[in-house]
Design a protein. Sequence first.
Length: 458
Amino acid sequence: MNVDDDLIHMIFEVLFEDATKTKSVYTKSKTSRTEASAESRLTICAAVLRYAAETWVGRIRSQTVRALVDHITQLLPTPASGFCRPLRLDYLRTLVKVFEYQSHVEHLPSKRWDAVVEFCVSGIQAFGENLGYLTDDPNEDGTAGSIRNKVLISTPSGRRQNGHNADESACLEELFRSLALLTLAPMAPILEKSKEILSTVGIFLQAIRTNTYSSSFHMPAMTLLNNLLIRVSTQSTKLTYSVLDEVFPTFRSMWTSKEILLRDEILISLYHFQEYLLNLAGTEKGESLIVDIERLLEVMTTDYYDALRGTRGHLELDELLLGCSRLSCELMPFQNHSFALRKANSKCEHNWAVCYFIAFFVSWIDLHNESKRTHASRSGSPELHKRRRKERKIEELLATARNSNPAERTYVLQVVSFVTARRALDVDEIIAITNEIMPYIVDSNAAVSSWAMLGLIG
């Protein structure tokens, strides 16, 4: 049926009016029968509104979008600092559906964009408290109710098994999705709200690490984090370091979930954080991160090695462009001095990024320890210098390949190829790596010999 824009707006206005009147009856009802009747009607109103939004999301005008956003953000909150239960899930999904059509977000005035962000953050805080993720921090001074004045708490997992809490968890996920879509728009005024939103993300990502159950919101939360890091990492070093400190320890737990899309979001975050991590090598802050880096490196290594023992899920030679010219390689987003990624698909890019960051963490650990040795030497303490060769991660890695199977040798040589291509090596490292790699050039396994040659070229 062809419906004109004015009629669509009128339909939404009728739905708004009916939901508003019914909510008034619902909140003021004095008998269970009246409450049940109003609740049933509100549920229908919410479902119809969602259906209408899904049907006409590409046709509604900015005026209708503003009216719809205002209606949802003003009608859902209740005096008890929560959301109206019969409306909340379908209304929040309606909001997500509208924001998925990004032109609607781009046309939101700044004040209305700010208001929706505040609505989402306060909703996340309310659901976080109801689900047992958050409580007020007794040691924190500041405005009561601020997300920055909240701390994680442990809650028996049984609290989250009933239908009521499942509904709240779904609402929490939709709120994170709304924020992710709001921050995706290129003209969104992110910087003014970034600290508050990032505090929210950091607290809830920590919930994944401190609880044994899986959380449905971690994927939209990571998407939201990366939307913010694109802007914040180049504008506020202080805030980025703060976020790094909060969220990096959670990456290991999320990586073990084996969700490929979530791992992609983790890799994107690592790209934003890598220069900050390099600046922390050899510092006290770097020392506090090294345990988390080693743990993440361990799970990434184990997972990638398991993929190499199979037939899929790892970087293969036929996916690479070898011997490319300097200009042609520089035009490719996935490249180093010796080779570049030939194919442009998510699987190959994921495998490249995993190898890249395994090599990055191996190099980071060596850089961190070398900086500590240099500092100790200047301070007149020779102990660290005496243990230099033992503490080099790259040499430790190469040693594991001596009596290993072809899959493990291939893994080691892939990592070494990325290490030698990404940073300058000192004389001792060049000699050690060359001596270890040379025998593998004549290995009977083609993959082993080829990656050995790539490691020497780098």
